[in-house]
Design a protein around this ligand. Structure first.
Ligand code: SF4
Length: 441
């Protein structure tokens, strides 16, 4: 089991799905920079699209995503109409440049829309952008309400990867987080996804949930394996009701304490690796035949807004309310509020409203953080503040969690639960922004 040094985990740190993180975005970057980013895309550059559907049939109490209840068909229809307009606006900005090699649908729950609406959306994307014949399509699915009709739409679209929101199989824990879904619901969804042509299936799981103990976590891991998941993402639940009001419904007194959370993260890692799962980054696991395991073996894993991935694209284009795009010189986030997003797009404007410029020195820092989290090492020779970083990381070195080979920073075998905290030493924004993040493990 991993050694527990609580004194190294006291400062909340970001998850670093980007650097700089979204907490550093400001409103002096927006539509103009987004347009410039699109113009800088080169003719044959591989592009990754992310399409955000900010609606769910039911809202889970723990959820930190930008999503709302899909209780009115009209609302959903209007949103999709605006999304379609945004697709056209972005395609106009690209003027035929770029080759789309990945399309990911997330949310929210993309399966809140009707199968015909999904067909239409995919058709729109394929006609607006130059999508390569072997592009990989992936989708996030809420197993509740996932049916044969939507599975058939996935098959028509050629979706080969899916991620199921599972979180836990334990009925008591499910009740405590406001997400009831019996194992049969998951099993049914798995069967439908497999028959629709999904070859890489991820389960999102969580530890640190209310009433969750080691037995409950073990049960969820074992059942996920039994149901044939190809990948598992095991996230720590972050209880921040001051930032996410819907979490106020969760009984904070039922949450495991920090030492138990740490124990659960270690338990998941130990059990899964013992069963032959390949660890990827600090919270993903891949079956040995999954493409993510191959990427890990070949040191091709990247980190983007969706977590650890084998997507090699540098340029990511986010479509839909709150979606984030990554261009060579900036990160830009679309308007979060669906109503205001619709109004902006309705006026034929790109939807970017906040973001941050990423000059070469920040891109370099971003690569260091990404490399450290994905591959456990980073060459810091060209980092201007490397002396400061070395000093800040001394407590980690003294405990044997990291080592230095000249200016190469290396994570030790027991450093995984500390990886984000170690990466934060490379992040000059961290001191100013630390209070905005949740927890270190
Ligand atoms: S289904 Fe997923 S996105 Fe929707 S509220 Fe639940 S956790 Fe959030």
């Amino acid at each position: 089991m991993w050694p527990y040094y609580p004194e190294l985990l006291t400062t909340p740190v970001p998850r670093y799905t980007s650097y700089p993180t979204a907490a550093e975005f400001h409103d002096s970057v927006g539509e103009e920079q987004q347009r410039a980013g699109l113009q800088e895309v080169t003719a044959e550059e591989p592009l990754s699209l992310y399409i955000h559907i900010p609606y769910c049939r039911e809202i889970c109490w723990y959820c930190g995503c930008n999503t709302g209840a899909a209780n009115r068909a009209q609302r959903l229809g209007n949103y999709l109409q605006r999304l379609s307009q945004e697709i056209d606006l972005v395609a106009e900005g690209l003027e035929g440049r770029g080759r789309v090699t990945r399309i990911a649908f997330g949310g929210g729950s993309p399966n809140t829309i009707a199968p015909e609406q999904f067909d239409e959306l995919v058709g729109r994307l394929r006609s607006a952008f130059s999508v390569t014949s072997n592009a990989i399509l992936s989708v996030e699915i809420d197993p509740r309400g996932f049916d044969a009709g939507f599975a058939a739409a996935l098959a028509r679209a050629g979706v080969s990867r899916a991620s199921l929101g599972v979180q836990t199989f334990d009925p008591r824990v499910q009740a405590a987080i406001g997400r009831i879904q019996p194992p049969e619901t998951i099993e049914h969804a798995v069967g439908l996804l497999r028959s629709s042509g999904v070859t890489s299936l991820n389960f999102d799981l969580m530890y640190g949930l209310p009433l969750q103990n080691e037995a409950a976590l073990h049960g969820s891991l074992a059942l996920s394996q039994q149901l044939g998941a190809d990948r598992l993402a095991v996230f720590g639940y972050a209880h921040v009701p001051h930032l996410i009001p819907r979490q106020r419904r969760i009984d904070a007194t039922a949450l495991p304490g920090a030492p138990d959370r740490f124990q659960q993260a270690g338990q998941a890692h130990e059990w899964l690796t013992g069963q032959g799962w390949i660890p990827v980054g600090f919270d993903h696991f891949a079956g040995e035949h999954d493409p993510l395991a191959a990427a890990a073996r070949e040191k091709r894993v990247r980190r983007n807004f969706q977590g650890f991935t084998d997507d090699p694209c540098d340029t990511l284009i986010g479509l839909g309310a709150s979606a984030i795009s990554r261009f060579a010189a900036c990160l830009v986030q679309n308007e979060r509020n669906s109503g205001r997003y619709g109004m902006k797009v309705g006026m034929a404007q790109l939807a970017g409203v906040r973001g941050i410029a990423t000059p070469p020195r920040e891109v370099m820092r971003s690569h260091f953080i990404e490399h450290l989290l994905c591959h456990g090492r980073a060459h810091l020779h060209y980092l201007p503040d490397r002396m400061r970083v070395r000093k800040v990381l001394q407590p980690f070195k003294e405990r044997g969690l990291i080592s230095w080979d000249h200016w190469e920073l290396r994570l030790g075998p027991e450093a995984l639960p500390y990886a984000r905290s170690i990466a934060a030493a490379l992040d000059p924004w961290r001191v100013a922004s630390s209070v905005r993040f949740s927890s270190a493990v």
